[in-house]
Design a protein around this ligand. Structure first.
Ligand code: NAD
Ligand code: TYD
Length: 354
C-alpha cells in the first residue's frame, strides 16, 4: 500500500479517487483536515476498504511512526501543505509550521522507518514530494519557462516555505540516501477546488451574482494544468522517476488572469445564462493588487515528457469546460464548503481591498 498525506485537499483527493479507481493497491490517507481538507471529496470511497483515512498531522511523529509500522507502505506521496498565497500573506505562521517544520518531522519519521526496512523493501521505497512552480519566482514576459535547474527565487511566504521543504527533501536524499522524488507543478484547476483560488472563486461568485475580483490589472500570467493530468504525472514519476530527480509538470497553457475570468464568464453564459440575458462579464471588478504579486509563471515540462513519456491529456479548453460543468452539477458541495470557515476568510481577504 501507499501513504498519501493531504489526501482530503483539492489535488490529494483527486489523486486518491483516481488511485482507487485505477488499481487494487490500498491507500492510507493522513490529513489534518484544516479548512482546506474536506472529507466530502472522498464520499464515494466511504465503503471502500482500500481507502483508510487517518485524521492527523504530518508533524505528529508518534502518529506517523505508528502508521508506518502498522501499514508498511511501499511509498509516500506528500501533498500535505498550506497552499494559498493570500493566506500566507495575512498569516505566514501556519505555512512555516506545516510546510517546513512538520515536513521536517515527516522526513525524520520516514527516514527511521526506511532505515529499518529489509534490503529489497528499502531499494523499492519512494518518498514523492509534491511541490510548486512558485519556488522559482517570477518571470519577465519574454523569459524562457522554468526548467528544473532554474534557481530558487521564492517571493511569497507560501513559496518560500515550499522552497524550504524542497531543500529538506533534497538534503535527505543527498545526506541520508532517502529515495526521494520531487515534482514542481504549475497552477491546477478542476473538481473539488476550494473556492478561495482564482478559477473556483470566479465560478462560484458568478453564479451567486457576486463581483468577480481581479487583482491589479489582471495581466499576471500563470500556466494551468487540469488536476487529473497532475495526478497522472505524479503516478508516472512514482513509477518511473529517477531517484533524487526533480520533474517540472505543466500544461503548456500560459494565460493572463483576466483572460481566464473572461473564459469562465463566456462558458457560464453558454451553460447557465443569467436570467437577465446579460453576460457574467458585467460582474468583473478590479481590486487592489496582491502585495509582491508574481507577474508570470511558465513551466518547461520537456524533461518529464522526454525521460518518462508523460504529457497532459487535457487542453485548457477541454479542462475548463469539464471544470465548470462539475461545479454546475455539484452545487451542494459548494454550499457545504461555503457554510464553514471559508466565509470568514472571504470577508477578511476582501474587506481590505478597495
Ligand atoms: P489544499 O490546500 O487544497 O489541500 C491541502 C491538504 O493538506 C488539506 O486537506 C489539509 O487538510 C492538509 N493538511 C494541511 N496541513 C496538514 C498537516 N500539517 N498534516 C496533514 N495534513 C495537512 O492544497 P492543494 O491545492 O491540494 O495542494 C496540494 C499540494 O500540491 C501542496 O503541497 C501544494 O503546495 C502543491 N501544489 C498545488 C498546486 C495548486 O495549483 N493547487 C500547484 C502545484 C503544487
Ligand atoms: P491563485 O488561484 O490564488 O493561485 P496562485 O496565487 O498560487 O497562482 O491565484 C491565481 C492568480 O489569480 C494569481 O495571479 C492571483 C489572481 N487572483 C485574482 O486576480 N483574484 C482573486 O480573487 C484570486 C483568488 C486570485
Amino acid at each position: 500500500m501507499i501513504l498519501v498525506t493531504g489526501g482530503a485537499g483539492f489535488i490529494g483527493s483527486n489523486f486518491v479517487l483516481d488511485w482507487c479507481a485505477q488499481n487494487n493497491e490500498a491507500v492510507i490517507n493522513l490529513d489534518k483536515l484544516t479548512y482546506a481538507g474536506n472529507l466530502e471529496n472522498l464520499a464515494t470511497l466511504k465503503d471502500n476498504p482500500r481507502h483508510i483515512f487517518t485524521h492527523g498531522d504530518i508533524g505528529d511523529t508518534p502518529l506517523v511512526s505508528k502508521l508506518l509500522a502498522e501499514h508498511r507502505p511501499r511509498a509516500i506521496v506528500n501533498f500535505a501543505a498550506e497552499s494559498h498565497v493570500d493566506r500566507s500573506i495575512h498569516g505566514p505562521e501556519d505555512f512555516i509550521q506545516t510546510n517546513i517544520v512538520s515536513t521536517f518531522h515527516l522526513l525524520e519519521a520516514v527516514r527511521a522507518y526506511w532505515l529499518a526496512l529489509d534490503a529489497a523493501e528499502k531499494s523499492a521505497f519512494r518518498f514523492l514530494h509534491v511541490s510548486t512552480d512558485e519556488v522559482y519566482g517570477s518571470l519577465a514576459k519574454n523569459d524562457p519557462a522554468f526548467s528544473e535547474t532554474h534557481r530558487y527565487e521564492p517571493n511569497s511566504p507560501y513559496s518560500a516555505s515550499k522552497a524550504a521543504s524542497d531543500h529538506l527533501v533534497r538534503a535527505y536524499h543527498h545526506t541520508y540516501g532517502l529515495p526521494v522524488l520531487t515534482t514542481n507543478c504549475s497552477n491546477n484547476y478542476g473538481p473539488y477546488h476550494f473556492p478561495e483560488k482564482l478559477i473556483p472563486l470566479m465560478i462560484v461568485n458568478a453564479l451567486a451574482g457576486k463581483p468577480l475580483p481581479v487583482y491589479g490589472d489582471g495581466q499576471q500570467i500563470r500556466d494551468w494544468l487540469y488536476v487529473k493530468d497532475h495526478c497522472s504525472a505524479i503516478r508516472c514519476v512514482l513509477a518511473k522517476g529517477k531517484l533524487g530527480e526533480v520533474y517540472n509538470i505543466g500544461g503548456w497553457n500560459e494565460k493572463a488572469n483576466l483572460d481566464i475570468v473572461h473564459t469562465v464568464c463566456g462558458l457560464l453564459d453558454e451553460l447557465q445564462p443569467r436570467p437577465n440575458g446579460k453576460s457574467y462579464r458585467e460582474q468583473i471588478i478590479f481590486v487592489t493588487d496582491r502585495p509582491g504579486h508574481d507577474r508570470r509563471y511558465a513551466i518547461d515540462a520537456r524533461k518529464i515528457e522526454r525521460e518518462l513519456g508523460w504529457k497532459p491529456v487535457e487542453t485548457f479548453e477541454t479542462g475548463i469546460r469539464k471544470t465548470i460543468q462539475w461545479y454546475l452539477h455539484n452545487q451542494q458541495w459548494v454550499r457545504h464548503v461555503q457554510s464553514g470557515d471559508y466565509r470568514k476568510w472571504v470577508e477578511k481577504n476582501y474587506a481590505e481591498r478597495v
